[in-house]
Design a protein around this ligand. Structure first.
Ligand code: ZN
Length: 469
């Protein structure tokens, strides 16, 4: 058992939170919070052996949507090479990278990325993983070699992971098989359910709160209705699906089924109920009010990926409508053009400001939530546990002892009173990464004294030169 004391901590309940001062945290031998008490004088805590931190603490977020391999492509698709550049032309170029990566390279990429995510304030990542097979489309000797590379990378840098093996079985509603350049992704519902069973041993090896195995359906266009039903009936852990990211995808769904994506899924699953974590909709960009209402009614959740959606020109969803409908919402960094949740929250609000020509669109003063940053951060915090398949998350007794210490000596935060810290962290940029990051009761990042980065970074840089040569 160990104790630590911080000058302040953002305590949260449901989707609300507030600063408490002089907070003592007790961590049990399993790396979980066993007590959190405010109003404990610094000296009293020190005398009883607590580690003292004069910096304010906040809970990290779950990064609810990641394709780790795409980190090797960040910055490589920012030139237009033809008359038109959109999501689909980006995807073709991204596939060329997907076709080149081997398990040892994936591990190097993931280690570098996961380290960046820790520094950016995420301590758990949901890996929407579809790069299953060898370059020629046949299985590796260990069919889960790519999955294992991700799990091991996470374990080595100390971030929690929910691996989501993906069902990917056709190229479109009207294309019953995959394209040749999608051959590495092929996996049906049985493959995914077998992966859940066969990878379960890693939970015992690395800890059941550090490694979780959920499931994913690539999209309505890439998974058959039979597979969707099978996964919803039989998969354990959270189930994630890309939905309504692109207008062309919505149009294809309408053409094929006569319904919009969320309508179609709600109809198809009307007599079925997923496990307690429910469904996680990734993007949901082109959703109408009726679909948002349906998602809320069915207790499904939204994973929004602001910087990737902006980078890919996906479009803007009505974030206020999702929040007002009380659909649980989390953040994902998806293609990893950004690895810091503060930038994701900032862009989420700025998109709404630019289209509506108003300010603080996502604040809710009528509900006594005047801070935009606090409302968005609380929302993401409260959706984090179920997106990852954990029973609790954040500063709650029983949750994994994860923490971020804020560096108040950062120029962006100089002179900012505690009650405005979240506002300044999100809306005053650039703001340096967090001072220290704790996972499961251990400091995995201590910016001032850490040398780990150097090795991970140089290994990544040399892998990148090989991959792109
Ligand atoms: Zn994605």
């Amino acid at each position: 058992m160990k104790q630590l004391w911080t000058s302040a901590a953002w305590m949260h309940e449901g989707d609300r939170g507030t600063w408490k001062h002089d907070v003592r945290f007790t961590i049990d031998d399993d790396g979980r919070w066993s007590a959190i008490e405010s109003g404990i004088p610094r000296e009293q805590a020190r005398e009883r052996g607590a580690e003292i931190h004069d910096q304010p603490a906040i809970a990290p977020l779950v990064n609810a949507h990641s394709h780790a391999f795409q980190r090797a492509f960040a910055g490589f698709a920012e030139r237009r090479e033809s008359a038109q550049d959109d999501f689909w032309s980006w995807r073709d170029r991204m596939y060329r990278v997907a076709l080149a990566i081997e398990p040892d390279q994936l591990k190097v990429i993931a280690k570098h990325l996961y380290r960046e995510l820790l520094c950016g304030g995420y301590t758990h990542v949901c890996e929407f993983h579809y790069l299953h097979r060898r370059k020629d489309g046949t299985p590796y000797d260990d069919p889960y070699a790519m999955s294992v590379a991700l799990i091991e990378a996470a374990n080595e840098v100390g971030i929690g992971i929910t691996l989501l093996p993906v069902v990917y079985e056709r190229a479109g509603f009207d294309a019953p098989v995959l394209r040749n350049d999608q051959r590495r992704f092929r996996a049906d519902a049985n493959w995914v359910l077998n992966a859940q069973r066969d990878l379960a041993g890693y939970r015992e090896m690395y800890g059941e709160r550090n490694v979780l195995i959920g499931a994913a359906l690539h999209s309505l266009r890439a998974a058959t209705t039979e597979s969707i039903s099978r996964i919803v009936d039989a998969a354990s852990g959270p189930i994630h699906i890309h939905i309504a990211e692109q207008r062309a995808e919505v149009d294809a769904c309408l053409l094929e089924t006569g319904m919009r994506p969320i309508e179609f899924l709600a109809r198809q699953l009307k007599d079925r109920s997923p496990n307690k974590y429910g469904l996680q909709f990734v993007h949901g960009t082109h959703s109408r009010a009726s679909e948002i209402g349906a998602a809320a009614q069915l207790n499904w959740a939204l994973v929004i990926c602001p910087t990737t959606e902006a980078n890919l020109g996906d479009g803007l969803t009505d974030v206020a409508a999702w929040l007002d409908a009380k659909v649980p919402m989390t953040i994902g960094s998806d293609s990893h053009v950004c690895r810091d949740w503060r930038e994701e929250l900032r862009l989420l609000e700025y998109g709404q400001r630019l289209t509506r020509e108003r300010r603080n669109v996502l604040a809710a003063p009528e509900r006594d939530e005047p801070s935009t940053a606090a409302r968005l951060y609380n929302a993401a915090l409260s959706g984090s546990a179920r997106a990852a398949g954990l029973d609790s998350w954040g500063f709650h007794v029983g949750a994994r002892a994860d923490m971020l210490l804020i560096d108040t000596s950062d120029p962006a935060l100089a002179g900012v009173p505690t009650e405005h810290l979240l506002d300044a962290m999100v809306f005053s940029s650039p703001c340096k990464p967090f001072a220290s990051v704790m996972v499961s009761g251990e400091w995995v990042v201590q910016r001032e004294i850490d040398e780990t980065d150097t090795d991970i970074k140089s290994e990544f840089a040399s892998m990148m030169r090989t991959l792109h040569s």
